[in-house]
Design a protein around this ligand. Structure first.
Ligand code: ZN
Length: 388
């Protein structure tokens, strides 16, 4: 089994630069009684639901029982960029009963090319993606419960935001969050589905803790160095929907009660240069630090936490991998960033100015981001321009 080509599919769209402070807000009111009844398995499909979901009920893979299971499901979508907004729209239309959508960013004009839920007015108002998504999803399907959470998923809030769900969908843009999701999911035996796209290429892989390889079985450590991102390498809108569709298909199978039928294969797609390839499920690593040894280092709250630099309106990001030194190719990073803003680099550090921020990135992966005191914003900028 070859390793996943992470370098090509490093980051998802779309951590955009933020304009104001990040806060954690839960928008949703408590779920209504009907939803509670559904979640308890007490409700049957009423006539309205039978009509609404009739084409799905007719589909033999789902049927009436599968539809009831979907209505009773709880899903968390981490990241509401191109992948996450597609997941959310598809699952809301399919009647997934409860969804939590976690995102730390705001809608910007450059999102609209591929982030299916958002409109020009969302960008004009710079609405938080989680809030814009919640509003739109309620219009798409008012009978499901959607909770938008404006937050940066961290070790500190993972249990609160991810706990108790049936499935986690990866719509993130960075490896740090994916390894955190993996640790949490493995520790609680919750399935999750990896997805990533950049350029015209993308991949998806479901993880069933205890049954299939986890992310760390396949790739024990996050890739070191700067990674291509949608901001620096661009992205075709259709590759994001393709990857998200692969994830949602497995999600529907799993949530409708057919999880045992989901093959944990790796799907790789390139929509420009051609080709879709599925490889057999990678083997579990009997010495995997996460699913075998159960060492969940990404759940340690102090790990690589951004540090606010007092009185400087700046945040330090520790982009280094905890267990090995990173060596960023600063010249390569400079070449990618040149089109986007003023950039200078020597062998030790790179300085990149994109108003109103200034990032100083060191060869070991560390960065100081000036112009914000918000760790979530700093992480977002790092993920967007450096990757990783
Ligand atoms: Zn593992």
């Amino acid at each position: 089994m070859g390793r996943i080509d992470f370098a090509r599919a490093a980051l998802l769209p779309d951590p955009e630069v933020q304009r104001s402070t990040f806060v954690t807000i839960a928008f949703m009111d408590p779920p209504d009684l009907d939803a509670e009844a559904l979640l308890d398995g007490k409700a049957l499909l009423d006539e309205q639901a039978r009509e609404r979901y009739s084409r799905q009920i007719l589909f033999p893979g789902i049927g009436a029982e599968g539809q009831k299971a979907l209505l009773g499901s709880r899903v968390v979508i981490v990241g509401c960029g191109a992948l996450g907004s597609f997941h959310a729209a598809a699952l809301a239309r399919a009647g997934v009963g409860r969804m939590t959508i976690i995102d730390r960013d705001y809608v910007e004009p450059s999102n609209l090319q591929r982030q299916w839920l958002f409109e020009e007015s969302d960008a004009a108002e710079a609405l938080p993606k989680a809030a814009a998504a919640e509003r739109r999803l309620q219009r798409l399907n008012s009978s499901v419960c959607v909770r938008g959470v404006i937050a940066d998923l961290t070790a500190a809030n993972a249990a609160e935001l991810l706990g108790g769900c049936d499935l986690i969908l990866d719509g993130t843009d960075n490896f740090e969050t994916r390894y955190l999701i993996n640790d949490f999911a493995v520790s609680r035996a919750i399935p999750w589905i990896y997805g990533a796209a950049v350029g015209s290429y993308g991949l998806a892989m479901p993880v069933f803790p205890g049954r299939s390889a986890c992310l760390r079985c396949v790739y024990p450590e996050p890739p070191g160095g700067a990674q291509p991102t949608c901001e620096t390498a661009g992205v075709l809108n259709v590759i994001t929907s393709m990857v998200a569709s692969c994830q949602v298909a497995d999600a529907l199978k799993l949530l409708s009660g057919h999880g045992h039928e989901v093959e944990p294969r790796i799907t790789r797609v390139d929509l420009w240069n051609g080709g879709m390839r599925q490889t057999a499920a990678p083997p579990r690593d009997p010495d995997c630090p996460a699913c075998a040894r159960r060492e969940f280092i990404y759940l340690e709250e102090t790990r690589r936490a951004p540090i606010m630099l007092c009185g400087r309106n700046a945040v330090q990001i520790d982009g280094r991998d905890g267990e090995r030194p990173s060596h960023l190719d600063l010249e390569g990073l400079k070449a990618r960033l040149q089109a986007l803003g003023e950039v200078r680099a020597n062998e030790f550090a790179l300085r990149f100015r994109v108003a109103p921020y200034e990032m100083t990135v060191f060869a070991d992966g560390r960065a100081i981001i000036k112009g914000t005191s918000d760790p979530g914003m700093a992480r977002s900028l790092y993920a967007k321009y450096v990757g990783g």
